[in-house]
Design a protein around this ligand. Structure first.
Ligand code: PLP
Length: 353
């Protein structure tokens, strides 16, 4: 077999490309192409970073106009017109309509950095070191977020002990009908269980990397009430399930909870790296620069994100379209499941996730 520059020079830590070694040259909407005339429907959508599809014409125009007109590419966290517009549109189109007074913290541009920020801040707010996370949870690959992540293979790369995390069973972890929230409440009710109230519960409403496990609204509401009772914060990691993947902007919108903190990344930047933490004003007790990073003023991503917010979140059309497509997808997946009863256990997921 012919050797490629990837084989010769790229670290063997690479993963997705091992199973799909095509060289992609472009994408439009839901499709992605290689240079040999082959195209695929991109169901993976960069693990939720391309919820608006490839090379959206409106976002492309906004970014190329901005580049042509000499916008400032990077600006640490100095005020820029790009950041101002993004914040104003996020407030107008997302936060105010949902009754959210959360502030916005810009983090380093990957999802894991928003999780790191959330962990640090929860510990600072509560003065508690331990954080509760769930079986099969995935929250990123840096040491803090990796400590919350369940997967053995990912954790093995840390090279140091990953501690200060209470691992709790996610909804239906022991099978349908076994209520893990009964167990969790018992842990915190029993003074001899070995569990003390954590700084925060960090949870995904739909576990992406962990196997498309869903939690029910009842389960999540009980977790939220437990967090209030224990003086712990509820942090929803909406990095993969948010920004319309499940239909609504936030994956928790129909689940009856309002988290203290929300981690967002992936599609919030409409395909450009952007990561933020939404936090309640009373928890905004950072000292200036206490969680810092060079690329927090990532203006190209602000331009793309603002354009996407205006195009897709000013009306309910996009959300309705996602629900419509999700219904079709569920029907087709159901047909596949029925056609192969010996091979497939069940269809999983929600919305386009
Ligand atoms: N949290 C969740 C739920 C994720 O799915 C991911 C990535 O897949 C992350 C955090 C980490 O994001 P990033 O890979 O951008 O660091």
């Amino acid at each position: 077999m012919k050797h490629s520059i990837f084989d010769d020079r790229e670290s063997i830590v690479r993963s997705y490309c091992v199973d799909a070694p095509a060289i992609f040259v472009g994408g439009k909407g839901a499709e992605i192409y290689d240079g040999h005339g082959r195209s695929w429907i991109d169901m993976m959508s960069c693990a939720g970073a391309l919820n608006y599809g490839h090379s959206d014409p409106t976002i492309t125009a906004a970014v190329s106009d901005w580049l042509t007109n000499g916008g400032i590419w990077q600006s640490l966290d100095f005020h820029t017109i790009e950041k101002e517009e993004f914040l104003k549109e996020l407030e107008r189109l997302i936060l105010i309509p949902r009754g959210m007074n959360h502030r916005v913290q810009f983090c380093g541009p990957t999802g894991t950095n928003a999780v790191e920020a959330a962990m640090k801040l929860a510990r600072k707010v509560t003065g508690r070191a331990e954080i509760a996370a769930f079986t099969n949870g995935f929250h990123g690959m840096t040491l803090g977020s990796l400590s919350l992540t369940g997967a053995k293979a990912k954790r093995a790369g840390a090279g140091v002990p990953l501690g200060l995390v209470q691992r709790l069973p996610y909804d239906e972890y022991f099978g349908v009908g076994i209520d893990t929230m009964d167990l969790i409440e018992q842990y915190y009710n029993d003074l001899s269980s070995g569990f003390s109230p954590p700084a925060a519960f960090v949870v995904e409403t739909l576990q992406g990397e962990g196997g498309l496990n869903l939690c029910s609204s009842e389960w999540l509401m009980r977790l939220s009430k437990l967090a209030v009772r224990l003086g712990s914060l509820l942090i929803i990691d909406d990095i993969q399930a948010g920004v319309g993947r499940c239909g609504e902007f936030f994956s928790f919108e129909k689940l009856g909870v309002m988290p203290d903190m929300i981690c967002l990344s992936k599609s919030i930047g409409a395909g450009f790296p952007l990561s933020l933490l939404l936090l309640r004003p009373e928890h905004d007790i950072w000292s200036p620069g206490e969680h810092n990073g060079t690329f927090r003023g990532n203006n190209i991503a602000f331009v793309a994100a603002t354009s996407a917010l205006r195009k897709y979140w000013a009306t309910i059309d996009f959300s309705s379209e996602v629900h419509g497509k999700a219904k079709y997808l569920a029907k087709r997946i159901d047909e596949i499941v029925k056609s192969a009863p010996d091979m497939i256990i069940k269809a999983k997921g929600r919305g386009m996730f």
